[in-house]
Every structure is written in structure tokens, then in C-alpha cells.
Design a protein around this ligand. Sequence first.
Ligand code: GLP
Length: 245
Amino acid sequence: MNLTITPNYTALSIMAARLIAQLVKAKPDCNLGLATGRTPIGVYAELVRMHREEGLSFKRVRSFNLDEYYELQPNHPQAYRRYMNEHLFNRIDIAPQNTHIPDGTIDFERVYSHCADYERAIDDAGGIDLQVLGIGKSGHVGLNEPGSTAESRTRLITLEPVTRLDAAGDFLGIDNVPTRALSMGVGTIMRAKRIILLATGVHKASVVARALRGPVSTEIPATFLQEHPAVEVLLDREAAGALLA
Ligand code: GLP
């Protein structure tokens, strides 16, 4: 893994956005794997700026998001579809039909085939060229909670209490946080050609150290990234704190 410690959140966001922009310029029909959460908001803001001020075009880009809460309507304030539309898709020239996010409203009986279709869509597009990842306190990437295997694929996942607690503020109470989500698997993520893992803040320091230096194990699904050949880890000083100690 290639590790860069940036001075602050802005520097991290700009660096990640530049890596994405380089790919989009070199391969205008690339497939981007995208993440949600607070961490990548600055990256998307910088990509929007590059689109508006530097003419960076996403016209032929296809995107595949990692995950979506199960049973949230796409326009729910906390739905990842809404997040992506508001932070990125509505502000750049990507074609709406080229943006893919698991459908959190799919009937339970159709979840399995929907997830298989999502995997097939990624494969049919030629695979993910660059996957952006954050990391959750439970050690999840996407929403692959502890127990997720290296081979796991897109599926319905039960969220850990700590994951729901982290989201409780956004949902105005833990009882409003969905208990399940659809997420790409670890195996789906590991098939991406390149990965950028982002983490900021002191609250991520311990999980970042375990993810990067700990034994590879389903207990911390992010540890599987140690086995990927092309991972760029971008941290701010606070998130890198336990690595440097
Ligand atoms: C959520 C998202 C993940 C994200 C994680 C960390 O669980 N589904 O994709 O990486 O939270 O979020 P944040 O970036 O807000 O710390």
C-alpha cells in the first residue's frame, strides 16, 4: 500500500480529486467506484470545481456506488442516492443513466437477483478502474461489517450497532437508522484495478492502524486491502496518529 499523510482535510480532498481527475482525463470512459459518508464530501466538491473551472468532463464516465441503506427511498435525506445527486451527480455532466447505486427499495424477494444484476453491471462495464473508499469504526469498507469474507459480493448486510450509532446524529436518533443495507462485497471491492482509501480525524486513528498493520482477518474487513496490489491510502495527521505513535 502506498501511504500519504496530508496536512489537513483540504489537502487530502484535493489530492484524491486529482487522482480521480487524472484517470478521467486519461480514460474518459472509465468506471469509478464511489463512496459516501462525510469523508469524501471534500473530494466531490473539488471534482465539481474542476468540472466548472477547468472543464473536467464526466460525460462518458460510469459510476458504481458501494452501498445504499435498505428500505430508504432514494430521495430520503439520508439515502446515498440523494447524497450522490446533491454532492456530485447534479453538479457535473455525468449521464444520470450511467450512475449506479444499489436500489434500497427493492422487494426482499428480489434482493438476491438485484445484487447479482449489480455485480453483472460492473463486469459488463469492464470492471471498476478506481474505487474510492472510506472506513467505518467497525473496520468496514462499503458496509462490509466484521464477518465479511474476502470473496463476499454485493448483498444485504445487517449493520453493526457502532455503525448505526455513528449515523444516529444524521438520522436524528438511532431508532431511525436502518438496520440493513445493500453493499458491494469485499470481493467486489478487491476486483477494482486501483483503490483510494481515505480517512480523516482522530476518531479513525485506531481502526486505520488495525486496518493497515493488523493481521488480515474478517474481523476487520478493511485488512483485506493489504492484499490488493494497488491501494493508495490518504490520511490526515489525526487519522495517521496511531500509525506514527
Ligand atoms: C458509512 C459509509 C461508508 C463510510 C463510513 C465512514 O458507513 N457507508 O462508506 O466509509 O460510513 O463514514 P465517514 O466518512 O462519515 O466517517
